[in-house]
Design a binder for this molecule. Sequence first.
Ligand SMILES: CC(C)(COP(=O)(O)OP(=O)(O)OC[C@H]1O[C@@H](n2cnc3c(N)ncnc32)[C@H](O)[C@@H]1OP(=O)(O)O)[C@@H](O)C(=O)NCCC(=O)NCCS
Length: 234
Amino acid sequence: MALKLQEIDPENDFPALAKCLFESYEDPPQKFFHVFFPIHGTGDEARNEAIKEAADRLKLWHTHDPSSYWQKVVDEETGKIAGGALWNIHQQNPFENPAPSAPTWFPDDGSRRFVEKALENHSRPRAQVAQKPHLYLFIIFTHPDYRRKGVGQQFMDWGIKKADETSVDFYLDSTPYGRPLYEANGFTYLEENINIPKTENPDEKWKEIEDKVGPFTFWLMCRPFSAKKSSEAE
Ligand SMILES: CC(C)(COP(=O)(O)OP(=O)(O)OC[C@H]1O[C@@H](n2cnc3c(N)ncnc32)[C@H](O)[C@@H]1OP(=O)(O)O)[C@@H](O)C(=O)NCCC(=O)NCCS
């Protein structure tokens, strides 16, 4: 099976990437995924609508963020997308003048307040240690049909080379499923981030999403740049 790493085609790839993203995070299901990519409602129609919204939003994020770089791994026999990765190549400190953005993928009620807090909590540990140019792996997924075939490793190989070439640290926030891949690549764990959004007066919509998502844990991990390691690899 030939699985090839490529840069995406932003005009055409987002619908298929978004579908692969959903299928990857549904198997096994990860509750936090709802914070970033919600399904509003139930049934196939609501899910298809959510995938379409995700595709449109990912394209918008990509075209408006100069740090955004998307890759895919394609099964050359079938043309199917086997996995994807969204990188942020931060050439400046991204936390100095963060662009204000509301999570408009939720209605303007308690659910959006919950997600605002969750996103703030999510980036806090990195904001404390990465106030400098760095490489960030924001999203990575391999479709369940293609796991343990080296797809994730192809993304990691690219990221490690990129970080070394540009002399920057490489950060990511890991789910429990990602951690073996990152540990196999020499990443060290910096901080456990148990995300429990808090408010004084939770309304019904806040409580609804809180019940659905629950507390969720990520681990901030890093592969620090080392001039020595980088010259040894040459
Ligand atoms: C994490 C994920 C991207 C790994 O992708 P993958 O393409 O299956 O990983 P690879 O085949 O490239 O694995 C490379 C190495 O990482 C380690 N590894 C990857 N998945 C592993 C697992 N489930 N258990 C143990 N080790 C694992 C192994 O060392 C593996 O090498 P090996 O297969 O020769 O033993 C995939 O499991 C996934 O999409 N999970 C759901 C979404 C998710 O949680 N993404 C991570 C967000 S931080």
